[in-house]
Design a binder for this molecule. Structure first.
Ligand SMILES: C[S@@+](CC[C@H](N)C(=O)[O-])C[C@H]1O[C@@H](n2cnc3c(N)ncnc32)[C@H](O)[C@@H]1O
Length: 472
């Protein structure tokens, strides 16, 4: 009889069945923050259960190598367990860790990064610093994008967050990790859209109009933006809607309309137009002013972004004379932070609107030693490397999927002394750092930053240094 790696002989019936009630001891947390405990050699995943706890669960799904279960009762609670303050926490898919105290969350996130480096990157012995948390880890998110559905009895509209792993909307009136202004904007926008009888989008039939409402608040300037995302090319009563929203929520300086006609989970479509006000909001970070357009990426937690960027600047160790290339530069935020200490910074970004913002931001801050190239990093960087461009420091801040191998190979050809890698996904960070190690870059240190308290997500910044004598 062979062993399947889970301690259970092959060919036997699973040790648990669907609907069964079990008592389990939870041994750890998965990367989705589910508790995990063994039952007859099978790993059972239990959302909202914590390590060290003894729990009573009902099995909901049995697979070959694992099972899932719903928490019924915590018979021996962890000393780190908290009463979650959010009234919809049990159903909502937005947060996964409100029931774990702040220290527990930070240790979990440090562990996520350490574990990914070791398991997925084969990078043993890298120094991973303890995750940096927030003093007040609530109401930090500057961006909300809520899907829209019909209200109770088909009257009006509601917005909310999908239940985990589903497209079932959990209506949310006050999200506790959102900036309060985002909650207000969403409620008012939905009330007004309902009054104008704008039909909610129906995913099954691909009918209806309003798919999402996006709200973006700022911390320093107080300005706010609302974006209505529709399936249709038209947003009915657009100008009235915008005028009424601005009258009710005076912080709103920009109302935009985005059209997304496709059957897709991606929220924004390709066409965005301004309905009323300015085409951007302004935010201040680290003494620099940033203009942010409706479709440009901007980090969601401004306080922790300052922490993250200053660590990235420290890792870049600039003395004033260096040339820096930042790939995936968005609206130029990190580039502008770096430009204060470098001779020259070049940002590379694929979204044209973000590049326009970046150029405007350089001007707004009187920074003359930065420039931005519009295009995909996987095309632009190999071109720069082939053109003989030199850089002492390369900064990478890719989306969740990480860097294409072509990008990292081009980094290797550019031969910077230091690579600073900012990442929101420990798995792709580990993979890419391992690739950089193959190109002669030793990972010196990784600093996780808790950009997303109460959730299972973590941001991290890593420093990799070129090893002397490495041959390509
Ligand atoms: C995680 S964000 C980082 C943005 C910026 N560094 C910041 O801190 O605000 C990733 C950025 O990469 C851009 N992007 C995505 N794919 C890209 C590609 N293939 N080439 C260049 N930029 C890309 C996105 O538009 C987004 O602005």
């Amino acid at each position: 009889m062979s062993d399947r790696g889970n301690g259970r002989p092959a060919g036997r019936d699973p040790p648990v069945r669907r609907g069964q009630i079990l008592e389990l001891e939870i041994k750890g947390l998965t990367h989705d923050a589910d508790g995990v405990g063994p039952a007859g050699g099978l790993a059972v995943f239990v959302p909202r259960a914590l390590p060290g706890e003894v729990v009573r669960v009902r099995v909901t799904e049995v697979r070959k190598n694992h099972a899932r279960a719903r928490l019924l009762e915590v018979t021996r609670p962890s000393p780190r367990r908290l009463e979650p303050p959010c009234p919809v926490y049990a159903e909502c898919g937005g947060c996964q860790l409100q029931h774990l105290n702040a220290r527990g969350q930070l240790e979990y996130k440090t562990g996520l990064v350490t574990d990914a480096l070791r398991r997925l990157g084969g990078l043993d012995g890298v120094v991973v610093r303890p995750a940096i948390g927030m003093e007040d880890p609530w109401r930090y998110r500057n961006k909300a994008q809520f899907p829209v559905a019909a209200g109770p009895g088909g009257r009006g509209l509601v917005g909310g967050i999908y239940a985990r792993g589903t497209h079932r909307l959990v209506p949310v009136n006050e999200c506790l990790i959102q900036h309060p202004l985002n909650n207000t904007m969403l409620q008012v926008a939905l009330e007004l859209a309902g009054r104008h009888r704008i039909a909610p989008y129906d995913e099954d039939g691909h009918t209806g109009v309003l798919r999402h409402v996006l709200a973006r608040a700022t911390r320093a300037t107080g300005e706010a933006m609302a974006v209505f995302v529709t399936r249709t090319r038209d947003l009915p009563a657009a100008r009235d809607l915008a005028r009424e929203l601005m009258a009710r929520v005076p912080q709103v300086v920009c109302v935009a309309h985005n059209t997304n006609p496709r059957r897709t989970n991606v929220i924004l479509g390709e066409r965005t137009r301004l309905v009323l006000g300015r085409p951007y909001v302004e935010e201040v970070l680290g003494g620099l002013r940033f203009r942010i357009s409706p479709t440009s990426f901007f980090q969601v937690n401004p306080a922790q972004t300052e922490v993250l960027y200053s660590r990235a600047v420290d890792y870049a160790a600039l003395g004033g004379g260096e040339t820096v290339v930042e790939l995936y530069s968005g609206i130029g935020a990190i580039s502008l932070f770096l430009a204060r200490r470098a001779a020259r910074v070049t940002g590379v970004e694929v979204v044209p609107e973000a590049v326009r913002d970046a150029v405007a931001n350089a001007r707004l801050n009187g920074v003359a030693n930065v420039s931005f190239i519009e295009g995909p990093a996987e095309r632009v960087l190999p071109e720069l490397a082939a053109g003989g461009v030199r850089a002492e420091v390369v900064v990478l801040d890719p989306p969740r999927r990480g860097c294409e191998p072509r990008v990292l190979e081009a980094v290797g050809r550019l031969r910077p002394d230091r690579v600073v890698y900012v990442s929101c996904n420990p798995a792709t960070l580990a993979r890419d750092l391992a690739r950089l190690a193959g190109l002669g870059y030793r990972v010196r240190e990784v600093q996780p930053v808790d950009m997303f308290p109460q959730t299972a997500h973590v941001e991290a910044v890593a420093l990799a240094v070129r090893e002397e004598g490495h041959r390509r």
